[in-house]
Design a protein around this ligand. Structure first.
Ligand code: G3P
Length: 212
């Protein structure tokens, strides 16, 4: 499973890259707003920091506007992935942009058939939102499991990008369900290595080695 970081903050992206475990970046309008930078200059900065795919969200609301926005976003850098919502306008724009060789990440996916349509429309990635499903007492893990079965049934190359990750447990669920990519906030990425027995084991070994 690949790891993307879910932020538009260049400092956080550098910190994740320093861990040696950064395959790409996802942003959305909320994350861009939080980073306090205009979208296109934020994406330009991020694309220069990361070799892998960097998702930037196009704004609609109609297919023609999504296509226009997507074409402009794709000019920012070679590693830009255009993020579009999984509705009818987004689907139409997904097909048009994918046919021009532009990678698309279809976002806000909450049920498996949305993902099936997006894969048929040529999406490079589909983003099921685990945390937001869990928020309403629905199963994010089940969604990814079903998407995995459907994609494997038909041999789609579209990658399942688990998003709206709020905890290490979500990362585990995404990996168990066969997600290709998991996009995580920095605080969750750092928590993945935390275990009290690891910490106490290190302390004991250091003490026995005379380092403490
Ligand atoms: O990648 C999408 C993600 O940023 C949404 O996360 O926590 O706002 O549901 P959240």
């Amino acid at each position: 499973m690949k790891f993307f970081i879910d932020t538009a903050d260049p400092a956080q992206i550098k910190q994740a890259a320093d861990l040696g475990l950064l395959d790409g970046v996802t942003t959305n309008p909320t994350l861009i707003k939080r980073a306090g930078l205009p979208r296109d200059s934020a994406l330009q900065t991020i694309c220069a920091l990361v070799d892998g795919p960097v998702s930037g969200e196009a704004l609609g609301p109609d297919a023609d506007t999504f296509i226009k926005e997507g074409l402009a976003l794709a000019e920012i850098a070679e590693n830009i992935v255009v993020k579009l919502p999984a509705n009818a306008a987004g689907l139409k724009a997904c097909r048009a942009l994918s046919q021009r060789g532009i990678a698309v990440n279809m976002t806000l996916i909450f049920q498996p058939v949305q993902a099936l349509l997006c894969a048929r429309a040529g999406a490079a990635f589909v983003s099921p939102f685990l945390g937001r499903l869990d928020d309403i007492c629905s199963s994010g893990m089940e969604l990814i499991e079903e998407m995995r079965i459907i994609f494997d049934n038909y041999g789609f190359e579209t990658e399942i990008l688990a998003a709206s990750i709020r905890s290490p447990e979500h990362v585990k669920q995404a990996a168990l369900a066969g997600a290709d990519v998991c996009t995580v906030p920095l605080d969750v990425l750092l928590k993945l290595l935390n275990h009290p027995l690891t910490a106490s084991g290190i302390a004991a070994f250091e003490a026995d080695a005379g380092l403490r």
